[in-house]
Design a protein around this ligand. Structure first.
Ligand SMILES: [Zn+2]
Length: 266
């Protein structure tokens, strides 16, 4: 299994930073009580633009949050911060952190505790709004105090819809998994890559009909997944799959039933 991969898009270099593997019962992701253990990776995306150092999603953080203890197991020899250092960067060098949504496996190093002292952390206002309404003990709800503190202290910026984080990195709201869930296009035109976050986090999720028990709006998730995968297929742009333990860098092809991911390293 690859632990670090780079991909050049225009003048930008993308590095995939591995934050380990989580293991959980399938029921925690699909609902119900299936006694099947499944594994998911966490592949955060670091973009070196020449000017800025942009991190998109931030793993689980130093340890599993309390809310998930017992339900999730975390396996790692090295974590995202080790990988950042191996890539030649210090935590202080990160200038922007984009959070696709507020689930614990995406916000860890950005919020618990904040690990990038010079970075602005970007969160969609709708994602925060939804997290506030989640029940006590929910993973998304647990992120709310840190985001609110960040907004107050000025290191967290709330976003309203699509926009450019820095030249060449454009975020797009594609809700369904959560309200305000955002994906990121890196580069432009023929020379672009797509980070799908939890809209399509692993190869099995390229099937539009797979419904996650953790999607807050499954119909929106399905519609957005189809639209985005059609677009990225037509552009033949590489896709970074956050939770895919194996081939996390793929091109998308249409199949009879939906889509499949083809490793771009073959
Ligand atoms: Zn996730």
């Amino acid at each position: 299994m690859a632990t670090e991969t780079t991909l050049d898009v225009g003048t930008m270099r993308i590095r995939i930073l591995d934050d380990g593997i989580f293991i959980t019962d399938a029921g925690n992701l699909f609902g119900g009580s299936r006694k099947i253990r499944i594994r998911g990776a966490m592949h955060a995306v670091l973009v070196e633009t020449g000017e800025d150092l942009v991190l998109i999603d931030a793993g689980f953080g130093p340890e599993l949050p309390e809310a998930l203890a017992g339900r999730y197991e975390l396996q790692r020899e090295k974590n995202l911060m080790d990988r950042l250092e191996e890539a030649g960067h210090a935590a202080e060098d990160v200038t922007h952190v984009v959070l696709s949504h507020l689930d614990a496996d995406h916000v860890g190093w950005a919020l618990r505790p904040p690990s990038f002292p010079n970075a602005t952390v970007y969160v969609q206002e709708d994602a925060l709004e939804e997290a506030r309404d989640m029940p006590e003990g929910d993973g998304r709800r647990a992120a709310v105090p840190a985001v609110e503190r960040g907004v107050e202290e000025g290191w967290c910026k709330l976003q309203n819809g699509n926009g450019e984080i820095v030249p060449g990195i454009r975020i797009e709201v594609r809700s369904g998994h959560s309200a305000g869930h955002q994906i990121a296009w890196i580069g432009s035109g023929d020379d672009a890559a797509l980070y799908t976050a939890d809209l399509a986090p692993a190869k099995i999720w390229l099937n539009p009909d797979l419904i996650s028990g953790t999607d807050t709006d499954p119909e929106a998730a399905r519609k957005n997944r189809i639209e985005v995968l059609e677009e990225v297929e037509s552009k033949n742009a590489p896709v970074i799959l956050y939770h895919e333990p194996g081939d996390f860098l793929v091109n998308i092809r249409r199949t009879e039933k939906g889509f499949e991911g083809v490793s771009i390293r073959d």
